[in-house]
Design a protein around this ligand. Structure first.
Ligand SMILES: Cc1ncc(COP(=O)(O)O)c(C=O)c1O
Length: 391
């Protein structure tokens, strides 16, 4: 499943359009085949005993999974990419691969909630000590690193509150101590944050979001640099992990248009975020590309774009106001996930945070800005703000 970087000299959209598949390798068809496979046949006993052919069994890779992995490696600059059935599995598999009983892991307190649940249940049960750190800690993470710290887990921006982490500073401290740096890079995608260039060793994507892009596929990808790929792949193979060929293909297909979709999400979300800053009833907009965001400078330094998910803080009120806002929405729907074509809203829950609790003026609501017309979305949000005010 090891793939090689194909064409680093071209721009991102060219690489998205052409990466991962050589049409001449499959009768000239511009798309890769969708290979449904468990059994792969060998020509004779000797080849079988030595496993001396490219494909040996469905769980160990197919031309379809290789095509997607190659695109991601090319964009991320990683040595190998593995596919798993969900974004959450893309978080749990590398943590299992790099942590053992007696180890210590540092996880950002702004992490995706199910990552925290995995750490607080499975990792703790396996004898791993878990500490959550302030996402704004930067190089100060040095003070938390111990001799047995094996992994520093980052997510930037953080889920729901969108703090940008100083990944280069965190990576420098972690590497000095011999710890592996993992990053959930789902929000920015490799188009807007080049994680390996900033010091990340293992890159995680919920490909469910922008890569697949249509709210109909669950898939995760785990990519690693050369020194770390073998260890990652060992645990992946031992666990029997793999992803279905149709999901891999749909994600590959989604990536062909991801650049165009992301640009639309970026523009619409930024316009709406800026506009929301001036609307009555909104105390704060948590979007790292806004100058008002506390970590805007880090975003400007390290990121080349922003995507379609951010949060707003209502100006006072409680659950009743938040529910009135959410229930009044007509185009935005209430549903989890993001990265699809449609706008979504969810109430944000921060009660399980340990250090980055935030001191927000009112309820926090996360918005995913879809591909609809911006004026329609603004009108919908105005109606929701009026509903929240009238409670
Ligand atoms: C930052 C982040 N990572 C991982 C995931 C998990 O992805 P999936 O829904 O495919 O399990 C999500 C899902 O919302 C997410 O927001």
């Amino acid at each position: 499943m090891m793939t090689t970087s194909t064409n680093g000299k071209h721009g991102m959209n060219t690489r998205l359009a052409h990466g991962g598949h050589d049409p001449q390798s499959f009768h000239g068809f511009v798309n890769p085949p969708v290979v449904h496979a468990s059994t792969v046949l060998f020509p004779n006993a000797d080849v079988m005993r030595r496993g001396a052919q490219k494909y040996t069994y469905g769980t160990h890779g197919t031309p379809t999974s290789d095509a997607l992995a190659a695109v991601i490696d090319d964009l991320e600059g990683t040595a190998g990419t593995l596919l798993v059935p969900s974004g959450l599995a893309a978080v749990t598999v590398p943590l299992l691969a790099f942590l053992s009983s007696g180890d210590y892991v540092l996880i950002t307190d702004s992490v995706y909630r199910p990552t925290r649940r995995f750490a607080d249940t499975v990792l703790k049960r396996l004898g791993v000590t878990v500490t959550y750190y302030d996402p704004l800690i930067g190089g100060g993470i040095n003070a938390l690193i111990q001799a047995n710290t094996k992994v520093v887990f980052t997510e930037s921006p953080g889920s729901n509150t969108f703090e940008i982490q100083d990944i280069p500073a965190i990576a420098a401290a972690a590497h000095q101590a011999g710890a592996v740096v993992m990053m959930d890079n789902t929000w920015a995608t490799p188009l807007y944050f080049r994680s390996v260039e900033h010091g990340v060793d293992v890159v995680i994507h919920a490909a469910t979001k922008y890569p697949a892009g249509h709210s109909d596929v669950l898939l995760g990808t785990i990519s690693a640099t050369q020194p770390h790929f073998a260890k990652l792949e060992e645990t992946y193979t031992a666990l029997g992990m793999c992803a279905g060929p149709d999901d891999a293909y749909q994600t590959f297909r989604g990536m062909r248009t991801m650049g165009v979709r992301l640009e639309h999400h970026r523009k619409s979300a930024l316009e709406i975020a800026q506009w929301l800053e001036d609307q009555a009833g909104v105390a704060q907009v948590l979007h790292p590309a806004l100058e008002s965001h506390p970590t805007h400078d880090l975003w400007k330094r390290d990121f080349t774009g922003s995507t379609g998910v951010f949060s707003i803080v209502l100006d006072g009120g409680s659950t009743a106001q938040a529910d009135a806002f959410l229930d009044a929405l007509q185009i935005f729907a209430l549903g989890y996930s993001w990265g699809g074509f449609e706008s979504l809203a969810v109430p944000v829950f921060l009660e399980d945070r340990t250090v980055a609790k935030g001191d927000y003026a009112g309820p926090v609501i996360r918005l995913q800005i879809g591909l609809e017309d911006v004026e329609d979305l603004k009108a919908d949000l105005l109606g929701a703000l009026a509903a929240a005010k009238s409670v």
